[in-house]
Design a binder for this molecule. Structure first.
Ligand SMILES: [Zn+2]
Length: 393
């Protein structure tokens, strides 16, 4: 973690302020600006924990703040083993921009609170960030959901994590989710969620990478060749400038021809297909997971447009259209045909083509990417029924 002190600005200052607030201190407005109130709050926090109260967030201070990121603290039980004690009502942050750091904290927090969840690494990003999957369920229907192939669509990360948390909570309380008994979903399906396919790209868009960082600077240099696309808010690709939803081996040559004709001939913020299918380690990780798991159904979450894509080259496995209609009925989104120019080399395309499984792209919400966090609850309300329907045989 970065060492932060008075005068610093940015996403990690916002994280620091949020953790201090959760710890019962008063850091002032959660504005990402490390001013005197934040400094005083940090000194009080340090003093209360026997850390040198210098108002500087160093490694030791971040470690002491960790419980407020995972939403649990620890105490020893009678046998001297650590037991997680919940601190906050929820684990998934709904008021902070996401990053690889925050996502890892949430996944850790969810598995601490709900021991029937299992998380596991599926690969690493270009910069070496771990890409993780998390699983819930014991049923025969195998469902894969992934989010944030596209960096500036990162709101799909908290969107899918919120579903997982509310499903897990409903299960532990014998409740319902999306109008269905959580126990029934659990017994009939197994959900494997990859909430953050593109950690580096999301870190770039939300400010977890900042000026001076070598990955930030190399991305900025790539974006200079695409002056019409705002930087970093228009960034969809991985940190090498490969569009991860154009990297799958399904009509990749067609995607290449289309995107090159549109001028996307070199790495950049979006629409560059790379030099070969599965060039990006992030795509390779999701591809390998999908091949191992042989999902019956797969949903790739994107924003925006309020549409559900369900076929590839005019083909869809049996049941796809009916499922798409159920999703549409639950969300108010439209069942739509993919525009020809976007009809190749996506995750859904490859799953349909190679696995002959029901696969969908959900373009959640409406507006301009990145959608604001203030849209998260309404997005959730639209999509809860899709998630529940996806887990229902
Ligand atoms: Zn997208």
């Amino acid at each position: 973690m970065q060492t932060l002190r008075f005068g610093d600005k940015g996403l990690f200052v916002q994280y620091l302020q949020t953790a201090l607030l959760r710890a019962g201190e008063e850091p002032g407005e959660i504005d990402g600006i490390f001013g005197r109130r934040t400094e005083n709050a940090l000194m009080r926090f340090q003093d209360a924990r026997g850390i040198r109260a210098d108002g500087i967030a160093d490694r030791l201070t971040w470690a002491s703040l960790y419980p407020y990121f995972v939403g649990s603290t620890f105490r020893a039980n009678g046998a001297g083993e650590p037991v997680a004690v919940p601190l906050d009502p929820g684990v998934v942050f709904t008021d902070l921009p996401y990053s690889s750091f925050l996502t890892a904290c949430v996944l850790e927090g969810l598995t601490l609170r709900y021991p029937f969840l299992a998380k596991f690494p599926i690969g690493r990003s270009v910069s070496g960030r771990r890409i993780e999957a998390i699983r819930i369920g014991a049923g025969a229907l195998r469902v894969g959901i992934n989010a944030a192939h596209h960096a500036n669509e990162w709101i799909t990360t908290p969107l899918t994590l919120l579903f997982l948390e509310r499903y897990a909570k409903a299960l532990s309380e014998n409740g319902a989710i999306g109008g269905v008994s959580a126990r029934t979903l659990y017994e009939r399906s197994t959900l494997t969620l990859v909430p953050l396919v593109n950690p580096d790209g999301v870190d770039l868009v939300t400010g977890a990478l900042s000026e001076g960082d070598s990955f930030y600077e190399s991305a900025r240099a790539l974006s200079a060749f695409y002056p019409g696309i705002p930087f970093p808010s228009g960034w969809k690709a991985n940190i090498s400038g490969v569009d991860l939803n154009l990297g799958y081996p399904a009509g990749w040559e067609n995607a290449r021809a289309i995107k090159f004709a549109q001028g996307f001939t070199r790495p950049g913020p979006r629409d560059y297909v790379g030099t070969r299918p599965l060039e990006a380690p992030e795509d390779r990780a999701v591809y390998d997971l999908t091949n191992r798991e042989r999902f019956d159904r797969a949903l790739a979450y994107h924003t925006q447009g309020g549409e559900i894509y369900w076929e590839y080259r005019g083909y869809a496995p049996q049941g796809s259209y009916a499922l798409a209609q159920r999703f549409a009925a639950a969300s108010g989104y439209a069942v739509a045909n993919v525009p020809y120019d976007s009809g190749f080399a996506g995750y859904k395309d490859w799953v349909i083509d190679a696995l002959r499984a029901n696969a969908f792209t959900v373009e959640a919400g409406r507006g301009t990417n990145p959608l604001p966090l203030s849209d998260l609850e309404s997005l959730y309300a639209e999509n809860e029924g899709i998630f529940a329907a996806a887990l229902t045989p």
